[in-house]
Design a protein around this ligand. Structure first.
Ligand SMILES: Nc1ncnc2c1ncn2[C@@H]1O[C@H](COP(=O)(O)OP(=O)(O)OP(=O)(O)O)[C@@H](O)[C@H]1O
Ligand SMILES: [Mg+2]
Length: 294
């Protein structure tokens, strides 16, 4: 490469649109409050899409508790990714997802400087424009819980978001928290793909009987009331914590479980709802200009 081209390549500002141009569907996962199983849904949906031979990326945008790296078994220090001058390569997990986390740039309680909201949004946009996702069928975004400024800023920074998936639990449905999430999503002008009801049932490991501990079809009724699709329910499953601790999504660890079947069904529902697009073709990149060599 001649010097002129090299200089252009190094200094041309990358746009988020350009960085995400190879992604077929961008989906944000939101919830009304924390702890409803949003991250578990993200990693297992990613696993379900992967099982369907899709190229999948996860953008962990939950600044309050970036737990995706642990749940997918990433042992690399996220900091190690920041060395490249050509942009940021997401970490490729053992199961073949690409993962990048906003934890790399977001200020914490230990950050010695004060970040103003508008500055945060600028840094986030710069970060998003440097991530090298290349070709993906699905990018799943794990948002911070709730409907405050942060999840809204992140969603607004993702150009051409194809839709949002709302995760809730039967306990939460009886409150207005979940409705707030649905209303906030509606205001963002990105379509709501649908609602997932997590922890909706329990199957007795001895007799196999399925019990709806908090009432049957609560999620389905809520979805009906808001005129949004119901994507499915996910049972309470004691294997979750074991799978999460090990860093293997349940869909890979226990492929025949009720949970895995539920996740695969939800993945199918999402594919049915999204407008059909051709599967991406991943380009071979044995060497790329600007890339730092080990
Ligand atoms: N269906 C389920 N059955 C049993 N345990 C579950 C289920 N879904 C999630 N959990 C467990 O509940 C806890 C919270 O789940 P998770 O971290 O996915 O929620 P979250 O909404 O992302 O939470 P946060 O707001 O902290 O990001 C985890 O310990 C997870 O293993
Ligand atoms: Mg989470």
């Amino acid at each position: 490469m001649n010097t002129e081209t090299h200089r252009k390549h190094r200094h041309a500002p990358m746009s988020i649109e350009k960085a995400m141009a190879g992604i077929k569907y961008k989906i944000a996962i939101i919830s009304g409050k924390g702890g409803v199983g949003k991250t578990s849904v993200v990693v297992n949906l990613a696993a379900a899409f992967r099982k369907k031979a899709m190229e999948v990326g996860i953008f962990d945008a939950d600044i309050h508790g970036p737990s995706v790296p642990k749940m997918v078994g990433i042992k690399t220090e996220m900091r190690d990714i920041l060395h490249g001058s050509h942009g940021l390569d997401p970490v490729l997990t053992e199961h073949g997802f690409k993962v990048m986390s906003v934890a790399l740039i977001w200020p914490t309680d230990q950050t010695p400087i004060l970040w103003r909201g508008q500055y945060k949004a600028r840094v986030l946009r710069q970060f998003l424009s440097s991530i090298k996702w290349y070709e993906l069928d699905f990018l799943l975004v794990d948002l911070p819980p709730g409907t405050g400024d942060e999840p809204i800023t992140i969603m607004k920074s993702i150009p051409g978001l194809d839709g949002m998936v709302v995760v809730t639990t039967p306990q939460e449905i009886s409150t207005i928290v979940c409705s707030k999430a649905i209303n906030a999503a509606k205001e963002l002008n990105a379509p709501i793909i649908g609602l997932i009801e997590n922890m909706n049932a329990y199957r007795c490991p001895d007799c196999g009987r399925v019990e709806y501990l908090f009432g049957k079809a609560k999620g389905e009724n809520l979805a009906k009331a808001f005129k949004i699709p119901f994507l499915g329910g996910i049972p309470l499953d004691s294997q979750y914590s074991e799978a999460a601790d090990e860093g293997t999504p349940i869909v890979f660890k226990y492929p025949d479980s009720l949970t895995s079947q539920a996740m695969l069904k939800i993945a199918d529902e999402i594919i049915k709802i999204l407008p059909p697009r051709e599967k991406v073709v991943v380009k071979e990149r044995p060497w790329e200009e600007g890339r730092d060599h080990p």
